[in-house]
Design a protein around this ligand. Structure first.
Ligand code: ATP
Ligand code: MG
Length: 578
C-alpha cells in the first residue's frame, strides 16, 4: 500500500462529536466516517481492521466445527410472529413493508432465520449436531447509539448457532464455542475475561459474556481475587447471611415524621440523623405492564435484571412520575411499603432488620421505626440488589473487585426456546420426535475494533495489537526527492513484501513531522524510517509503536535483522497481554 494512493483522510483536530477515545481516534486516523446517527462507513484502513478480526474469527470457528453461511439481512415478519418476538422485541427492531404490503424487519440477530433454515432439512438425529455461523451487518435501532463503533445502530456481528440432539451434545457445542472465543480474543491481543452473564429464563451457568477490560466499558464485572469467579454485576448473586447481632431487639412503635423537601436517601438520612443503611429505598417499577414496589437498603442499588428474573417477566422499567403519584399520592421520593396496594418485593438484606425509615406515601413525610415484618406486607424476599466490592465472593467468600468491561462476545445456551416455538424437530434413535437444542454465539466485530483501541492507545494515537493492525509495518520515506533514499525505500518495500510483511509505504510529499505524527496516529505496530542521514551511516531507524523503543537496523543485512526485531516486537505484546 502506498499512502499517496490510499484514501486515508487523517485529521489534526479531534471532531467535537466524539466522546470516547476509540471514536476520536478512528475518526482522526481516517478509518471511519459517520453517515448518520449510529451508522458508519468503513474507510480502507478501517475495513482492513474488520477483515483482520474476521479472519481470526473464521479460523477459530472452523477449528470448533462451525461452518460459514450468509443469511439475508431483511427478514419476514412471519418468522418473528412464530417465535413470539414480533411483539416482545420492541423498538430496536426496525420494521417496514414491501410493495405488496408484506411486513419485514432488518435483522438484529438471526435465531428465527436459522431455525427456519434447518427445520425443514434436518430430520434425523444422524444429521446432528449442525454448527453454523455468519459475519454480517446487523441493524438495531438502539435508543442511544453512541461511542462510535461501540454502540452503533448498524454494526458488524459474527453470529453462530448450534443445533444438537440432546443436552450433552448441546453443552459440548457451547463449551467448544466458549473455548474458540478464548482463542480468538487471545489471538487478537486483547486483555479480556469471560464472565457469567444473565441467562434469564434458561438459568444455570449457560451464558457467558466476553469482556474486554477498559474504563470506557458500559458494563461492570465482579471478579474474585481468591477463586476464578467472574460475573457481570447484572447477574452476580449477593450471598445472603443472616446477621448474628439482631438478638432480642424490639422495634419501637412506628411514627410518622415530617421531612419537608427531603426526597433522596441522603436528604432523609441527614434530616433525621440516621445512616443511609437505616433508610429503606422504595422504588416503583412496571413489570410486564403491572406496577410493583422494590425495597433495598438506602445505600444499595436495585438490580432490575434480578427483578425481571424474580418476576419471570419480559420487560421491566422504572415507573414514571405520574404512575408514582397515582400509586403513592405523592411525588417521587416519598414512597414506602406500608399500605401500598401493589406487590412488594424486598431485598434479602432487609429480611430481619428492624427499625428502618421508609417513605410514608404522602408528600414531605416519612415513617420512622418501621419493622418490615410487623408493619409492611412483603410479597416476597429475594436477592434484588447490585453486588458491591465490599460483598464476599458468592462462590468462595473471598475478596471481590469490580471493574469496567466492554462486552465483545456473548455465548448463550438457548435450549428449546426457538426450536419449540418454530417446531424444529427430528427423529431420535427410537423414531420418536424430539426438539432440537440450540445455542447462539455472538461477537461484535466492529465493537472489537473499538474495544481494542480503548485498551491500546496513548497520547499520540492508536496502538494496534499486531493481529488487528491494518498493516504490520509503516515505512516512512523522509526524503522522497532524494534518489538514493528512494531507491533504498523501493528496495526495502519490495523485500519486506516478499517476506510476507504487510507494509504501508508513506511516499507522500509531506514534511517528516507530518509523517511521524500520522504513523503514530494510525497505530501500525512497526515503524521503519528511511532518511538521507541514517542511510549515509548504513542504517534505517526502527520504532516499536507500543513500547516507543527505537533502534537501528543495518542496511546490508535487512531481512534477517528485520525478522529478529519483528520477533521482539511480537514478544513484547505477548508479555503485556499475559
Ligand atoms: P449490549 O448489552 O451491549 O446491548 P447485547 O446483549 O444486546 O449487547 P448480543 O445480542 O449478545 O448483544 O449481541 C452479540 C454481540 O454483538 C455483543 O456481545 C456485542 O459485542 C455486539 N453488539 C451488540 N449490540 C451492538 C451495537 N449496538 N453496536 C455494536 N456492537 C453490538
Ligand atoms: Mg449480551
Amino acid at each position: 500500500m502506498r499512502f499517496s494512493q490510499c484514501y486515508i483522510p487523517t485529521l489534526k483536530e479531534t471532531p467535537a462529536e466524539a466522546e470516547v477515545i476509540s471514536h476520536k481516534l478512528l475518526l482522526r486516523a481516517g478509518m471511519v466516517r459517520k453517515l448518520t446517527s449510529g451508522m458508519y462507513t468503513y474507510l480502507p484502513l478501517g475495513l482492513r481492521v474488520l477483515e483482520k478480526i474476521s479472519k481470526v474469527i473464521r479460523e477459530e470457528m472452523a477449528v470448533a466445527g462451525y461452518q460459514e453461511v450468509l443469511m439475508p439481512m431483511v427478514q419476514p415478519a412471519d418468522l418473528w410472529k412464530e417465535s413470539g418476538r414480533w411483539e416482545h422485541y420492541g423498538k430496536e427492531l426496525l420494521r417496514f413493508r414491501d410493495r405488496n404490503d408484506r411486513e419485514y424487519c432488518l435483522g438484529p440477530t438471526h435465531e428465527e432465520v436459522i431455525t427456519d433454515l434447518v427445520r425443514g432439512e434436518l430430520k434425523s438425529y444422524r444429521q446432528l449436531p449442525v454448527r453454523l455461523f455468519q459475519i454480517q451487518t446487523k441493524f438495531r435501532d438502539e435508543i442511544r447509539p453512541r461511542f462510535g463503533l461501540m454502540r452503533g445502530r448498524e454494526f458488524v456481528m459474527k453470529d453462530g448457532y448450534s443445533f444438537d440432539a440432546n443436552a450433552v451434545g448441546a453443552e459440548k457445542s457451547y463449551w467448544e464455542c466458549h473455548a474458540a472465543y478464548k482463542r480468538i480474543f487471545r489471538r487478537l491481543g486483547l486483555r479480556f475475561r469471560p464472565v457469567e452473564a444473565d441467562s434469564g429464563s434458561i438459568g444455570g451457568n449457560f451464558s457467558h459474556e466476553f469482556m474486554v477490560l477498559a474504563d470506557a466499558g458500559e458494563d461492570t464485572i465482579a471478579f474474585c481475587h481468591d477463586c476464578d469467579y467472574a460475573a457481570n454485576v447484572e447477574r452476580a448473586e449477593v450471598r445472603y447471611q443472616a446477621s448474628e447481632t439482631k438478638g432480642e431487639y424490639t422495634c419501637p412503635s412506628m411514627e410518622r415524621v415530617a421531612t419537608p423537601g427531603a426526597h433522596t436517601v441522603e436528604e432523609v438520612s441527614a434530616m433525621l440523623g440516621v445512616p443511609a443503611a437505616a433508610v429503606v429505598k422504595t422504588m416503583l417499577f412496571v413489570v410486564d405492564g403491572k406496577p410493583v414496589a422494590v425495597l433495598v437498603r438506602g445505600d444499595r442499588e436495585v438490580n432490575d435484571v434480578k427483578l425481571k428474573n424474580v418476576c419471570n417477566a419480559q420487560e421491566v422499567h422504572l415507573a414514571d412520575g405520574d404512575t408514582v403519584m397515582a400509586l403513592t399520592h405523592a411525588p417521587v421520593g416519598f414512597a414506602g411499603p406500608i399500605g401500598l396496594a401493589i406487590p412488594v418485593y424486598a431485598d434479602n438484606e432487609l429480611r430481619e432488620g428492624v427499625d428502618y425509615v421508609t417513605g410514608a406515601n404522602a408528600q414531605d413525610s416519612h415513617c420512622m421505626h418501621v419493622d418490615l415484618n410487623r408493619d409492611a406486607a412483603v410479597t416476597a424476599w429475594a436477592d434484588l440488589r447490585m453486588i458491591t466490592a465490599q460483598d464476599a465472593c458468592p462462590r468462595c467468600g473471598g475478596h471481590l473487585e469490580l471493574t469496567r468491561g466492554i462486552e465483545v462476545g456473548h455465548v448463550f445456551m438457548l435450549g428449546c426456546k426457538y426450536s419449540d416455538a418454530m417446531h424444529a424437530t427430528f427423529l431420535d434413535e427410537n423414531g420418536r420426535e424430539q426438539t432440537m437444542i440450540m445455542g447462539c454465539y455472538g461477537i461484535g466485530v466492529s465493537r472489537v475494533a473499538a474495544a481494542a483501541i480503548e485498551q491500546n492507545h496513548d497520547e499520540q494515537g492508536i496502538v494496534f495489537p499486531p493481529a488487528i493492525a491494518p498493516a504490520d509495518c509503516v515505512l516512512l520515506n523522509l526524503d522522497p526527492r532524494n534518489d538514493v533514499v528512494n531507491a533504498m525505500v523501493e528496495d526495502l518495500y519490495g523485500s519486506l513484501r516478499h517476506m510476507g510483511v504487510e507494509v504501508l509505504l508513506d511516499d507522500r510529499e509531506e514534511r517528516p513531522g507530518v509523517k511521524f505524527k500520522d504513523a503514530d496516529l494510525l497505530g501500525i505496530p512497526m515503524q521503519l524510517v528511511v532518511g538521507g542521514k541514517s542511510l549515509a551511516r548504513g542504517v534505517v531507524e526502527c520504532k516499536d509503536r507500543r513500547s516507543g523503543q527505537k533502534g537501528e537496523l543495518p542496511v546490508d543485512n535487512l531481512p534477517a535483522s528485520f525478522s529478529a526485531w519483528a520477533e521482539r516486537v511480537r514478544a513484547g505484546w505477548e508479555a503485556q497481554q499475559a
